[in-house]
Design a protein around this ligand. Structure first.
Ligand SMILES: *Cc1c(COP(=O)(O)O)cnc(C)c1O
Length: 385
């Protein structure tokens, strides 16, 4: 029997071989501390960190000085939101976000709210896309930050970032976007889209876990942030802690690779995703969650009427690795807040599977998984009558 097909690339991706190869020397012979200014071990490490910073910056049209390395997107989101809240408390304490954000954003804002900030959570359409006019209507004179994710991790919906950027710029409000799922998958440009703060994580784009970054705009306008991690003053004082050189190098290589491959990967995964939906849409009672138009190429989210996701996941073990709802939400049995927010009933949410296709996904994988699901759905239904 062959290994299960991995279709959970929104949860994490494998490291690309090129990434691992780039990382290895920085764990062994070139192990210096990038903050060591007195010798060649330190200089080499610093050079590698700065080269990687250029690679990350280039993925989104930023300047390397605007990239702050963090442990991942959770930390980058925390730094962006708490950092702005603290630095601009005198300007205002109102935040605007959407109902489908990742917990790293929603829980950070809820924490600020408990400290007296105000948060407006703007609903999204059935396609998972927020309307610019709804964000505009939520803005107030004391709004300091709008936080809208670039791509959703469950239904893959893509935000109208350029329009949001223009709106926020015109209104003098910072725009933060969680690009954990979007970076390296769809084009992002901090200038064209007028983004002020962007959170990244390497492990969703074929880099290692435990490393990410926050883009922080330095001019037109400059974003000041209050650091949330104090110490030796690394990363321009915004994020103290010894830089994990091998992780940073891997992240940089992953970004360069993603930039090279983006168009080809998107075309291939989009075609396979469409193939998967064509097959699954033949299954009686199958319904697409979200829309197909503004969607990550590798994402599909489908519910199978009357068939619990847990039953499907059990039957799929050995065939495919997929997820029901969000990986974090599936530890609890709460229906996903994202599916709820796009108007999916709790019953239907419990019958939903999320598929995340990746670079290695093949047409044979798709056909095998689709036919296994069709058989399982029929089997579960036959059992339950
Ligand atoms: C995975 C993910 C995160 C968390 O990233 P980590 O690097 O694992 O902390 C945040 N936001 C979104 C949208 C994600 O998909």
């Amino acid at each position: 029997m062959s290994a299960p097909v991995y279709l959970d690339h929104h949860a994490t991706t494998p490291c690309a071989p090129e990434v691992v190869e780039a990382m290895l020397p920085w764990l062994t012979q070139s192990f210096g501390n990038a903050a060591s200014k007195a010798h060649a071990f330190g200089w080499a490490a610093e050079g590698a960190v700065e080269a990687a910073r250029r690679q990350v910056a280039a993925l989104v049209g930023a300047s390397p000085k605007e990239v702050v390395f963090t442990s991942g997107a959770t930390e980058a989101n925390n730094l962006a939101i708490k950092g702005v809240a603290e630095a601009y408390a005198a300007r205002g304490r109102h935040f605007v976000t959407t109902t489908i954000e990742h917990k790293a954003v929603l829980d950070t804002l809820a924490w600020l709210e408990r400290g007296g900030a105000q948060v407006t959570r703007v609903p999204v359409g059935a396609d998972g896309v927020v309307r610019v006019a709804d964000i505009e209507a939520a803005l107030r004179p004391d709004t300091v930050l709008v936080s809208v994710m670039a791509a959703n991790n469950e239904v893959g919906s893509l935000a109208p970032l350029a329009e949001l950027g223009a709106l926020c710029r015109a209104r003098g409000v910072f725009l933060h976007t969680d690009a954990a799922q979007a970076a390296g998958k769809v084009p992002l440009d901090v200038e064209a889209q007028r983004l002020d703060l962007v959170a990244f994580t390497a492990h969703k784009l074929y880099g290692p876990k435990g490393i990410g970054a926050l883009y922080v705009r330095r001019r037109d306008p400059q974003v000041r942030l209050a650091p949330q991690m104090h110490g030796g003053g690394h990363e321009r004082g915004l994020r103290s802690g010894t830089q994990p050189v091998h992780q940073i190098v891997g992240f940089g290589r992953a970004c360069a690779l993603a930039a090279e491959r983006m168009a080809a990967d998107a075309a291939a995964q989009g075609a396979l995703r469409d193939r998967l939906w064509r097959a699954l849409s033949e299954v009686p009672g199958a319904r697409l969650n979200g829309g197909l138009e503004h969607r990550l190429p590798g994402n599909l989210n489908v519910s199978f009427e009357g068939v619990e996701a847990e039953a499907l996941l059990g039957g799929l073990r050995g065939v495919a690795a997929v997820s029901s709802g969000a990986a974090c939400a599936s530890a609890t049995l709460e229906p996903s807040h994202v599916l709820r927010a796009i108007g999916v009933s709790d019953d239907r949410a419990h019958c939903s599977l999320r598929f995340g296709l990746g670079r290695a996904t093949t047409a044979e994988d798709i056909d095998r998984v689709a036919s296994a699901i069709a058989d399982l759905v029929a089997e579960v239904r036959a059992r339950s009558v």
